[in-house]
Design a binder for this molecule. Structure first.
Ligand code: PEP
Ligand code: MG
Length: 884
């Protein structure tokens, strides 16, 4: 196996093997850009080292051979006392993990070669001794675990002895002495002298970089960012160039356009007479990159040329690191740069205008997750409020409210009509009711996969976590000198992780205003709105999947249509039985005679007809899938415990409570241990006479009424929870009779279909299709019953642990489990279509609005996805991305 690649042997597509840094150094080398000579040791070598604890056989020889080539290219030899070659040893994984792993600079320097380095630097002894002390310090810390403070203390002592404050005020003699002190620190902690053999330094540094893959912070970062554990890091060995050789040297970082807004124009920082680590450490203040034009016009001009070359080559925003050594520019790193969601859209549109990419590529360059971010409500920051702390933005959104410290208080205050923010050190499953009641959640511990973060994201609730600057007490928390007591108002921004004291006003994002039709993309001065408009338009042109919405009110339907919905994929009719209609439903449930039941149904029917008419009107001309009632009926009655207490108290007082007692008896009768697997869906329709018939009649009458108004109704009747074709056939036979009676030959088409949400339905889809004109996958229940996970209980209870263990990378209720639940979807689609070629296929579970799941549904050949109104644009975009 080949473990080492010359820069000239690699290219940007080899990131898995050479890491992002190594692959891009190779690419720049091959573009003829000024990259210091070097080579990259592969991630394979790292993996073998981590598995065995020793450098893999053959690696040392390969490094030796490449080192010779490097020495030849540079005209210098590692360890040469007169003219030494120094190298940097840099980490770099396939996926960028900024600052999480180690790098060692100035490798190769020793007692014998300091003078040679000084000569090389034109007699600059100070520089040579400073380089040496940096090597001992970095090497000591990184390779040999010497505590960093010991070196800091020695440095402080040197400055104190001389009576100066800055490192730069130490001269060559001081630094030479400091090297002695550092070597003593090194020997004390390691039990041996600082290694003078340059090759030994190099080998140990390479091993240390390998090991840094498993550094605590790197492991944590991977967990948070869901980066696989087994990638390993590559190690690039690069000839050193020095930015700290005087005023004509320096180092900087730059972006080829603004990564915050996406606007064209270079953007970066420069620090004269410094090494890269000084910039990162923030020891001195950088100047804007434009200042380099004044300091070194030639290097500046060359840098601009190189940045243009890189953009043209990568056809994207690039970020770079560079060093200028005595007026000569060197490129140390480049990569396609990270950017905000807004910048992603703006840059994609600009690159199309600049003819670097086409619209298909622009659609590929943005994601539904980025669009969703742009749709969350915003804090109106026009008054420039200052955050009191910043932490992990774990679940996006903007929320203000009174601080509460327990779930119990959260529930109490919310019930009293207050908006609350639940503040906890960390959350656990007992906090769930409080999390539901709160507008936002703030924790001082835990990252993006903590319990709080996972549960909040699942609920779409704003959450900031890991705010380690705050100290959470019983009834107050402190941060940055402030004490915030229970009841005080704070504002948390789950997108940026910022926390503000007091209330910050909230507004709709511009992108939502655009979708609402309140901002004209042609007139908007805002390049973001115009970019979103262009990219969405193209995604719509390209997508094969239709996008419908889940809506049960006319207002939701209207909004979804403005957001681009092409019909309703799921109207949950039980939502229409709440409020003052509860009483009618109670009557229906408590009815003991046919006459009572018929009376209750007769009272509900005109109300239902008006509900459906309103929906059909809003979606005039587009399909509207109405699902017959699904949940167990006792969900409409008071809770057993509450009723029992009520009745007991009444009895105690000698009061009459006939109705309550009747209800209690009914609740007891209907009580189920496992209501989700009990009397619900089609089972209810088969057991409660007249219930489904009432709904079917209401749908039919609404359709006929809209047609009479001159509209174009396209109702679709959907039966929930079917597991066997016989169930559907029974309901269908009854429905067809009613349709024949009400719709007759009026020409209004009414389809009858079913949800596929019970595993047995998926596995007998060929039979079920005989009685269904369409299937809609209820992936919420299909996931619940496929995994045997109670959808109402498990997320807060143990999913965080499953995520920690890597049993799944994301909740299967959030993103479709392709292997298991997805397989059932494929089987049902294939067998359903085989039995009925024109069978319409859709999905209406939450997954219909999840980006990754939308790609799956596209691949599986479904006709449409249906999701909540706010997810409609996300689904449109992802359906487009799946098709290009
Ligand atoms: C489903 O199960 O996926 C579905 C859409 O139905 P509900 O969420 O109402 O159970
Ligand atoms: Mg369901």
């Amino acid at each position: 196996m080949k473990f080492v690649y010359e820069f000239a042997e690699g290219n940007k597509d080899l990131a898995d093997l050479l890491g992002g840094k190594g692959a891009n150094l190779a690419e720049m080398t091959n573009l003829g850009l000024p990259v210091p000579a070097g080579f990259t040791i592969t991630t394979q070598a790292c993996k073998q080292y981590l598995a065995s604890g020793v450098r893999p056989a053959g690696l040392d020889d390969e490094i030796g051979a490449h080192l010779s080539t490097l020495e030849e290219a540079m005209g210098r030899r590692l360890g040469d006392p007169h003219d030494p070659l120094l190298v940097s040893v840099r980490s770099g994984a396939a996926i960028s993990m900024p600052g999480m792993m180690e790098t060692v600079l100035n490798v190769g320097l020793g007692d014998a070669s300091v003078a040679g380095l000084a000569a090389q630097a034109g007699g600059d002894e100070r520089f040579a001794w400073d380089s040496y002390r940096r090597l001992i310090q970095m090497f000591g810390k990184t390779v040999c675990d010497v505590p960093g403070e010991e070196f800091e203390d020695a440095l402080d002592a040197a400055k104190a002895a001389k009576g100066v404050r800055d490192d730069v005020d130490l001269d060559a003699a001081d630094l030479r002495e400091l090297v002695g002190a550092f070597q003593a620190v090194f020997a004390k902690h390691t039990g041996h002298e600082f290694p003078q053999d340059p090759r030994e330094q190099l080998d140990l540094a390479v091993e240390a970089v390998f090991r840094s893959w498993n550094a605590k912070r790197a492991v944590l970062y991977r967990r948070q960012e869901r980066i696989p554990e087994d990638l390993g890091t590559a190690v690039s060995v690069v000839a050193m160039v020095f930015g700290n050789l005087g005023a004509d040297s320096g180092t900087g970082v730059a972006f080829t356009r603004d990564p915050g807004t996406g606007e064209p124009g270079i953007y970066g920082d420069y620090l004269a007479n410094a090494q890269g680590e000084d910039v990162v450490a923030g020891i001195r203040n950088t100047v804007p990159l434009e200042d380099l034009e004044r300091l070194d016009p030639d290097s500046y001009a060359e840098l601009l040329r190189i940045m243009a070359t890189l953009e043209g080559h990568y056809r994207d925003l690039c970020d770079i690191e560079f060093t200028i050594e005595r007026g000569k520019l060197w490129m140390l790193q480049t990569r396609v740069g990270k950017r905000t969601a807004a910048a992603a859209f703006t840059i994609a549109a600009h690159l199309v205008d600049e003819e670097m990419i086409d619209m298909d590529e622009a659609v590929r360059r943005v994601t539904g997750a980025q669009l969703a971010q742009l749709m969350f409500p915003r804090f109106d920051l026009s008054d420039e409020p200052q955050p009191v702390t910043r932490a992990v933005g774990a679940s996006p959104g903007a929320a203000s409210g009174e601080v509460v410290f327990t779930a119990e208080h959260a529930v109490q205050r919310a019930e009293a009509g207050h908006r609350v923010i639940l503040v906890r050190r960390e959350t656990n499953p007992d906090d769930l009711p409080g999390m539901i009641a709160a507008r936002g959640i703030l924790t001082s511990r835990g990252g993006k996969t903590s319990h709080a973060a996972v549960v909040a994201r699942g609920m779409g609730k704003t959450c900031v976590c890991g705010a380690d600057e705050i100290t959470v007490g019983e009834r107050e928390f402190t941060v940055a000198g402030h004490t915030i007591a229970e009841g005080d108002v704070i504002s948390v921004d789950g997108t940026t992780g910022r926390v503000y004291l007091g209330e910050v006003p909230v507004r709709d994002s511009e992108v939502v205003q655009y979708f609402e039709g309140d901002l004209d993309p042609a007139n908007a001065n805002d390049p973001l709105v115009s970019a979103v408009h262009r990219i969405m338009t193209h995604a719509d042109e390209r997508r094969r999947l239709l996008v419908r919405t889940n809506a049960d009110t006319a207002a939701d339907a209207a909004r979804a249509r403005r957001f681009g919905a092409q019909g309703i994929g799921l109207c949950r009719t039980e939502h229409m039985f709440l409020g003052d209609r509860r009483e009618l439903v109670e009557k229906l449930i408590l009815a003991t005679t046919d006459a009572d039941r018929q009376a209750a149904l007769a009272a509900l029917q005109p109300l239902q007809r008006d509900d459906f008419l309103a929906l059909l009107r809003e979606m005039n001309g587009l399909p509207v899938t109405v699902r017959l009632i699904d949940p167990p009926l006792h969900e409409f009655l008071p809770a057993l415990e509450d009723l029992a207490v009520h009745v007991a108290v009444a009895r105690e007082r000698g009061e009459r409570a006939t109705r309550q007692e009747q209800m209690l008896a009914a609740v007891r009768r209907m009580h189920e241990q496992n209501p989700m697997l009990g009397l619900r869906g089609v089972r209810l329709g088969l057991v409660v006479p007249g219930l489904f018939a009432m709904q079917v009649r209401a749908i039919a009458e609404a359709a006929v009424a809209l047609a009479a108004e001159g509209g174009t109704p396209r109702p679709e009747i959907m039966v929930p929870l079917v597991g066997a074709v016989q169930e559907l056939e029974t309901v269908r036979a009854e429905a067809e009779k009613i349709l024949a009676e009400v719709v007759g030959d009026s020409g209004v088409p009414v389809l009858i279909g079913t949800m596929i949400e019970v595993p047995r339905a998926a596995l007998t889809a060929g039979q079920i299709a005989e009685a269904a004109e369409f299937f809609s996958f209820g992936t919420n229940d299909l996931t619940q019953m496929g995994w045997g996970f109670s959808r109402d209980d498990v997320e807060g209870a143990f999913f965080w642990r499953y995520l920690e263990l890597g049993i799944f990378g994301i909740s299967p209720f959030e993103s479709l489990d392709r292997d298991g639940v997805g397989r059932m979807v494929r089987i049902a689609s294939d067998e359903g279509r085989a039995a009925r070629p024109d069978l319409k296929l859709g999905v209406c579970g939450e997954h219909g609005g999840d980006p990754d799941s939308v790609h799956f549904f596209h691949e599986a050949g479904l006709d449409y996805v249906s999701c909540s109104p706010f997810r409609v644009p996300v689904a449109r975009l992802e359906a487009g991305r799946a098709a290009v």
